[in-house]
Design a protein around this ligand. Structure first.
Ligand code: 5GP
Length: 114
């Protein structure tokens, strides 16, 4: 599968403001932030979306959420709160077909989302 823009960020072929990386995931600041803290956590593996995951991805999915919580701690928003969002498919507004978790924080977030 050819790399998406996020695959290229993970491979450091194009720049991004990285805040965390390990052997399985990379986290970087969203280019068009919707909150004071808006970070994307992605797997290095090219998986388009949650609905394409398989049982073998279970640990990776858990790791993505754990890394999101670790990044939230590092950003100092653990006690004020944060939201994790995964947009899956057209009705959810998914625009980049490389699985990513949005970490949004730093302001009160409306509910329900639009
Ligand atoms: P989606 O709508 O697919 O859930 O979210 C895609 C997100 O990726 C959007 O919030 C958008 O601002 C962000 N984004 C798109 N292209 C780039 C890029 O080249 N660099 C970074 N850092 N973020 C991007």
């Amino acid at each position: 599968m050819s790399k998406t823009i996020f695959g290229k960020i993970a491979a450091k072929e194009i720049p991004a403001k990285l805040v965390y990386e390990d052997d399985r995931v990379v986290a970087f600041r969203d280019i068009n932030p919707q909150a004071p803290v808006h970070i994307l956590i992605i797997p290095r593996e090219e998986i388009a979306r949650v609905s394409d995951t398989k049982p073998a991805h279970e640990a990776l999915l858990g790791h993505l959420v754990w890394v999101a919580s670790e990044v939230a701690r590092r950003e100092g928003v653990e006690s004020t709160g944060y939201r994790l969002v995964i947009n899956n498919g057209p009705d959810a507004g998914e625009s980049v077909p490389h699985l990513h978790v949005h970490l949004l924080a730093g302001r009160a977030l409306g509910w329900p989302p639009g």
